[in-house]
Write a protein that binds this ligand. Structure first.
Ligand SMILES: [Zn+2]
Length: 284
């Protein structure tokens, strides 16, 4: 699917406070410089809800072994999700100011976690499932992006099935790459062709940022930005309402965007008619 770009990517991060910062090059709390978080466009980021985090941790545990989910997504960290283009549904998972991986749902299949390298490195010693080990000769090519060929694979988790996300390890269990299994685990050894098609590769530092942040901390570090945006939006609504001088309606789906719009209209002193379109696919 082609890249969809709708406006600038607004997510930045303060690595001192370990907090998400919207647009600003300075953190609203500590005033240190923020860095852009590299996301897949268009960059539609939202906080992860508890239920989503439970699903993600359970999915990581199911794919790589019990405890890996908690290791990668501790309870006291702020986690964001970025909706990315996909056939059905895909969310990039953002923690400690970078993308840890993605949760993808493919029609007719199931949820799958696609890990980035630093996440694979963080659980490399605790991997129970979906790993392969390659010999010394394969290490350097794979680190540079080559696929893991069957000829270099010496050991595998035996229940790997075609299409599974797999971590490629060296003999000391250092993660070299992550990618898609092109054969069942049992058929990789002593065979020809590609065993694992590489998706991400090379060494990336594991995370060691502070924890214990709350959403109150994140709001506080961004409050001046929110206030600026709210003020601008209210002024816009007031101006349009005055210019048009007609009855005001606010379309409302129940999602975050229409809720924010309705609240802004109310803050602008309007009493809009709230319009909800029942698509027939709504909860009662
Ligand atoms: Zn800060």
């Amino acid at each position: 699917m082609g890249i969809v770009r709708l406006g600038k990517l607004a997510l930045r991060w303060c690595f001192e406070c370990n907090l998400p910062i919207l647009e600003s090059v300075k953190c609203g709390t500590c005033n240190s410089e923020t860095k852009e978080v590299r996301l897949t466009p268009p960059g539609d980021v939202r906080p992860a809800f508890d239920e989503e985090l439970r699903l993600i941790r359970a999915q990581i545990d199911g794919q790589f072994g019990s405890g890996c989910g908690k290791e990668l997504i501790p309870k006291d960290k702020i986690v964001l999700l970025n909706r990315a283009p996909a056939l059905d549904k895909m969310d990039e998972i953002i923690i400690d100011g970078r993308v840890l991986g993605a949760l993808r749902y493919d029609p007719g299949e199931r949820y799958k976690i696609l890990l980035r390298m630093h996440a694979a490195s963080a659980i490399e010693k605790n991997l129970v499932k979906n790993w392969v080990i390659v010999d010394h000769g394969a290490v350097e090519p794979i680190k540079k992006g080559a696929n893991a060929l069957c000829v270099g694979i010496t050991e595998t988790y035996s229940d790997i099935t075609f299409g599974d996300e797999v971590v490629v390890l060296d003999t000391d269990k250092n993660a070299l790459a992550v990618g898609k299994a092109m054969k069942p685990g049992k058929e990789m050894i002593g065979n020809k062709g590609i065993g694992v098609k590489t998706r991400w590769y090379g060494k990336e530092e594991k995370s060691s940022l502070s924890s214990g942040q709350t959403w109150e901390d994140a709001i506080s570090a961004n409050s001046w930005f929110f206030e600026k945006k709210v003020k601008k939006a209210i002024q816009f609504i007031e101006k349009v309402a005055e210019r048009e001088n007609k009855e005001v309606a606010c379309s409302f789906s129940g999602g975050k965007d229409s809720l924010a719009t309705l609240l802004l209209a109310l803050d602008a002193g309007l009493t809009p008619k709230v319009l909800f379109v029942d698509t027939g696919l709504e909860f009662e």
